[in-house]
Design a protein around this ligand. Sequence first.
Ligand code: S3P
Length: 189
Amino acid sequence: MMIEDTTRPCSRGRGPGLVLIGYRGTGKSTVGRILAGRLGRIFLDCDLEIEARANRSIREIFAELGEPAFRDWEERTLAELTAGSPATVLATGGGAILRESNRRRLRDFGFVAWLTARPSVLACRLEADQRGLAERPALTSAGTLEEIVQVLRMRTPLYEGLADVAIETEEKSPDQVADSILDRWNSRA
Ligand code: S3P
């Protein structure tokens, strides 16, 4: 695939960054690493950056400090990672779109790709990931599938409103998802 001048801003007033948003289990980190490798860019995973700064796992932050404190860490970390509009590839946590300030920063940072899959597919992926199951804090007490349905009902308009492109991931390998993102990115206005 031909890759164009990827450091030019994607539209007026927006930076050269490439950011992945979407629910847990959509493959943001895996695809982000592939994209960064192909583009020769630095890859940043917001969750890992939060853990490094807080010196705790995400699960520990939720358990010891609660979700609002986690969201504060997330907001501060996103502000740092996007400051100065670096030409990086950034994978965000599934709830990074909840705060308006984060959405504004991510939009200014650059091109926003939203990775999607149906709740039933996400539930299968999350349940197959034993390590993730142990490490991932529950967001509700509803159980995996019902939690995804409930949380996505609330988040979908936020993902939709922020995204430059929605990429359906169900029938695609991570490499194919990366191809689709680059195609759409390269053909942006
Ligand atoms: C969350 C998703 C997680 C992590 C935290 C909260 C969410 O990131 O930020 O557990 O609210 O959806 P991933 O989407 O990378 O799993």
